[in-house]
Write a protein that binds this ligand. Structure first.
Ligand code: NAD
Length: 526
């Protein structure tokens, strides 16, 4: 096993540096509690973060609110320039970002690099399109020629973002980019397990020219900071588990505020009788074991047609068994660690329960304390039945159940037989058939002959969850417009929107009735 690179500990434990980054006034003379941040590869403490308080959230939102006005007044082209400068900085400083990402998340460097790619791609897409998405548009007026109507897009104000630990860069920053371009300020509450990536990412944004208070971070506990952030922000964007999402959505509902929820999944893949088995196995290995399966759009259920089942299983198991799993931060590592003791406990409990109830383990099925405290082997199961916990619950680990099918209709039914609806995947050499089946999978994104990257990286198209996997969408026009308040301004000219002066109401009613009939029959008049 290669040696782990030195963690950037000293740089990220300095209190006043954190104080500046967290945007809170009093942290330099800090008497707050500190939350230790662990390095999953070793279990050692990497550094610590201040446990911000409700008052800190208040201060951050207040400052964001003040800064937002000036930010929104700038031309959108100026905001785009800063975002494009940020694009370059993330690429230029990627080694530093990757070191921090790997150190605090324990993921393989190749998986951390996917996050590096995601951020500049998002910068480029929204810098290209934001001017169009926020532009004031003329709309068809109520009475042609008499009503002049326009639609404005106003920023909502201060966007509160709450992000999880599994993609600490991507999920902290990529949802903020369209919010900033729309003229909002952002206050981010990153997961307490992975705050340093977010802090460094925001520092790069400031270096790129973003005014300091326009994007701030408050570090600390979700239950403690979540409520004050929801109560003070104008919009809440939450990414995390369905259980927490429900709590956040209830609070947002009580405030009648706008929100989006990006939640969990139990994603199905279907391998059809005419699939290229090697291609499907290669893709679904990435789909199942990227970030040790701690990816919301990864695959935990694979339905394989009986014509190719045995060949697929053999190829898939052999690839899973040969993955290079290690606590090292070079690009050759193919799977890293689970995030924490809690994650290891949940994954082990799911697999142990399945084994106890009769599932067959083809490879894996065990923790690997010899590699690091939270490592777990890539695990492939068959014979999974409904009474096993992992049949329906999200494991969020490197564990895949393979199911054989003969009847395609039944496979689609089983794929959809879940409360979740985040991502799906169909493998076939017949692209028309693949796309037709994809359309019937109840998930916000479905990939044909890919696991997740094709849909995720199609930034022009919406991405998010059906059913219990979410509310709203990131990416595409919706991904920016969710952070705006559309406003219609309509000017009425010459004639009022009622009977003109001197015209009896009865005549007006008759005239309007006749006009409606004509407009219905002769669309050219509309
Ligand atoms: P989590 O729900 O435990 O935590 C997510 C965030 O919410 C963290 O910042 C946490 O501090 C905060 N939080 C916790 N309790 C809170 C509360 N009461 N009020 C407000 N905030 C609170 O999720 P996690 O364990 O960090 O992440 C894993 C889950 O996230 C998985 O279910 C995964 O599928 C899901 N996820 C979804 C997406 C997506 O885009 N759909 C992306 C990544 C992860």
């Amino acid at each position: 096993m290669a040696t782990q690179k030195a963690t950037p500990q000293s740089q990220y434990t300095e209190t006043d540096r954190l104080a500046r980054l967290t945007g809170t006034a009093t942290l330099a003379s800090d008497d707050r509690e500190h939350i230790p941040v662990e390095a999953p590869f070793t279990g050692d403490v990497l550094g610590s973060i201040p446990a911000c308080t409700e008052a800190d959230v208040g201060t951050a939102v207040e400052r964001a609110d003040e800064a937002q006005e000036e930010w929104a007044e700038r031309p959108v082209s100026e905001r785009c320039e800063i975002v494009l400068e940020y694009h370059d900085r993330v690429l230029d400083r990627q080694e530093e970002l990757l070191d921090v990402l790997v150190a605090e998340s324990g993921k393989a460097r190749r998986h951390a690099f996917e996050e590096i790619l995601d951020v500049p791609m998002t910068c480029q897409y929204y810098a290209d399109n934001a001017p169009d998405y926020v532009a004031t548009r003329e709309r068809e007026g109520a009475l042609p020629g008499l009503t002049e109507t326009v639609e404005h897009q106003h920023p909502v104000g201060v966007v509160g973002l709450i992000s999880p630990w599994n993609y600490p860069l991507s999920l902290a920053v990529s949802d903020a980019i369209p919010a900033l371009l729309a003229g909002n300020a952002v206050v981010l509450k990153p997961a307490e397990e992975t705050p340093f990536t977010a802090l460094l990412a925001i520092e790069l944004f400031r270096e790129a020219g973003l005014p300091e208070d326009v994007f701030q971070v408050v570090t600390g506990s979700g239950p403690e900071l979540g409520t004050p952030l929801i109560d003070r922000a104008d919009y809440i964007g939450f990414t995390g588990s369905t259980a927490t999402g429900r709590i956040v959505a209830e609070q947002a509902g009580a405030n009648l505020m706008k929100c989006s929820m990006e939640l969990g999944g139990k994603n199905p893949a279907i391998v059809l009788d005419n699939a290229d088995v090697e291609r499907a196995a290669e893709g679904l290995i990435r789909g199942a074991f990227t970030n040790a399966g701690q990816l919301c759009i990864s695959f935990e259920r694979v339905y394989v047609h009986s014509d190719v089942h045995d060949a697929f299983l053999e190829e898939f198991v052999s690839r899973a068994r040969n993955l290079r799993v290690a606590a090292a931060d070079d690009y050759d590592v193919e799977m890293g660690s689970l995030m924490s003791a809690d994650q290891l406990e949940k994954v082990s409990a799911h697999v142990d329960d399945a084994i106890a109830k009769g599932a067959t383990v083809h490879t894996g099925g065990q923790a690997r304390p010899d590699l690091g405290p939270y490592f777990y082997e890539p695990t492939v199961l068959t014979g999974v039945t409904e009474e096993m916990e992992l049949a329906a619950e999200e494991t969020f680990g490197p564990v895949v159940s393979i199911y054989e099918f003969d009847d395609e209709e039944r496979a689609i039914e089983r794929a959809n037989d879940t409360d979740y609806g985040l991502n799906g995947s169909v493998w076939t050499e017949d692209s028309e058939r693949g796309r037709a089946i994809a359309k019937r999978i109840e998930a916000g994104t479905v990939n044909v002959n890919e696991a997740y990257a094709a849909a995720w990286a199609s930034l022009d198209a919406p991405m998010g969850g059906m059913k219990q996997s979410g509310i709203g969408r990131r990416h595409g026009k919706q991904g920016l417009r969710r952070y705006t308040e559309p406003q219609t301004v309509a000017e009425q000219r010459w004639l009022p929107m009622t009977a003109p002066p001197g015209v009896p109401m009865e005549w007006y009613a008759k005239g309007m009735t006749r006009a409606m009939g004509l407009l219905r029959r002769f669309p050219v008049l509309r």
